[in-house]
Design a protein around this ligand. Structure first.
Ligand SMILES: *Cc1c(COP(=O)(O)O)cnc(C)c1O
Length: 395
């Protein structure tokens, strides 16, 4: 900092400069985020100072949060009966807005652990949860911070979790399973209904990570059971800041039952409320308002169109890539394509250096990972494939 403050002009010229170093989304095929909807940006601005960490001061922002949770609950078929009213659970579903999939996943596992260790007095040994090999790296953080063993189940040939592998990993210390509805690398959906059967049989929790898929799967033509309609599903992570077109940071965590939220409570001596069940303290009311605004504005129809657009781009990408001799690893289920190309790591670097395309690489096997988002267009795909052909021809 300087002793004396700078002028607005100096600061903004510096900011503009920094902004120009950021990648605009134009040639980005690697991100699950996109431009927020303009209505979300406006709503965000209006609630910029609202702190959901201190609910008693921000009734209005909190009301918007509860309405978002209710809308998400409806989208994800949360049971509308048998849930008592209370501060945190007065809507048809219990949950809150998080900072994204990472916080939601951490809190879901923390809830499982708290419920089990509180319920089973004298729980011995280290609790474990079973996740697919394809799970997001946020579960590495779970493993690191929670004194829980994270066991990784193998995948089948289509990159869905292998059920036999899940069953083999279950022992008396297993407290829950995780299924991914739209995995980050392949966009594949685990067999949530089958995982649900295993969870119910073993009386353990089932968390569904739909951080990306939550705003995609309900709007696909082909139904994939993945939400609270599946009886064994106990919690779901869904991110409005990805395909929900809200502002960053907007995530959500929903529970089937209020006991889950209760298990996360700590008391908050000097705030306007007595307890807090969130992971972060101070929380953005702006993202609650942004998510409320964009969901109300688009409605089911708007999101359906958004998903249709991305799925059309996806099928164009696959069809045209095939014509150029590149096969996808799997037939895409969502708007993620993993393309087999020679030497993907080198191709990625060349695409970026020479043509400004941002793409990423899947872990195993290594393939070119492309996410087709609302900011992409059919013309982008033609241009991208031309550049991909040039780059691979020279390798
Ligand atoms: C993006 C993603 C996450 C992490 O979400 P953040 O918002 O980056 O914290 C977790 N799981 C899946 C499946 C994701 O796609």
């Amino acid at each position: 900092m300087n002793e004396k403050g700078l002028s607005e002009k100096e600061i903004f010229s510096y900011l503009e400069d920094a902004k120009s170093e950021d990648t605009n989304y134009h040639r980005v095929l690697s991100s699950m985020c996109t431009h927020p909807h303009k209505i979300a940006i406006e709503a965000n601005r209006l609630f910029i100072e609202a702190n959901l960490g201190d609910l008693g001061l921000f009734f209005g922002a909190h009301r918007l949060e509860k309405e978002v949770v209710r809308m998400l609950g409806k989208l994800l078929h949360a049971p509308s009966t048998d849930i008592p009213s209370g501060d945190s659970c007065e809507s048809s579903v219990c949950g809150y807005l998080t900072t994204g999939g990472t916080e939601s996943n951490i809190q879901a596992v923390r809830g499982m652990k708290n419920l089990v260790t509180a319920g089973k007095k004298g729980f011995e040994g280290i609790p474990n949860v079973i996740i697919p090999e394809s799970a997001h790296f946020s579960f590495d953080k779970v493993a690191d911070m929670m004194g829980i063993e994270v066991r990784r189940a193998a995948l089948d040939s289509e990159f869905r979790v292998d059920l036999a592998s899940v069953e083999e990993l279950i022992n008396q210390n297993t407290i829950g399973l995780v299924g991914i509805a739209g995995n980050t690398e392949f966009g594949q959906i685990d067999p949530i209904d089958k995982l649900s059967e295993i969870a119910l049989e073993n009386e353990i929790f089932l968390h569904v990570d739909a951080a990306f898929g939550g705003f995609v799967i309900p709007f696909l033509e082909k139904p994939h059971p993945f939400d609270f309609e599946v009886p064994g599903v106990t919690s779901i992570a869904i991110d409005p800041h990805k395909m929900g077109l809200s502002t960053i940071p907007s995530g959500a965590l929903l529970f089937r039952s209020p006991s889950f939220l209760d298990s996360l409570k700590v008391s908050t001596p000097y705030l306007t409320t007595k307890a807090q069940f969130t992971l972060t303290g101070t929380r953005s009311g702006a993202s609650a308002a942004a998510t409320y605004a964009v969901m109300k504005y688009l409605g089911y129809e708007g999101y359906r169109k958004n998903v249709q657009h991305c799925m059309q781009l996806t099928s164009k990408m696959v069809t045209e890539a095939r014509k150029a001799g590149f096969e996808p690893l799997i037939e895409p289920v969502m708007n993620v394509v993993a393309l087999k190309v020679p030497n993907p790591d080198l191709v990625r670097i060349q695409l970026l250096k020479r043509f400004g395309w941002n793409v990423s690489i899947t872990r195993t096997p290594r393939a070119l990972r492309l996410v087709l988002m609302p900011h992409n267009s059919p013309e982008d795909i033609d241009a991208f494939l031309e550049d991909l052909k040039k780059v691979t021809a020279e390798i």
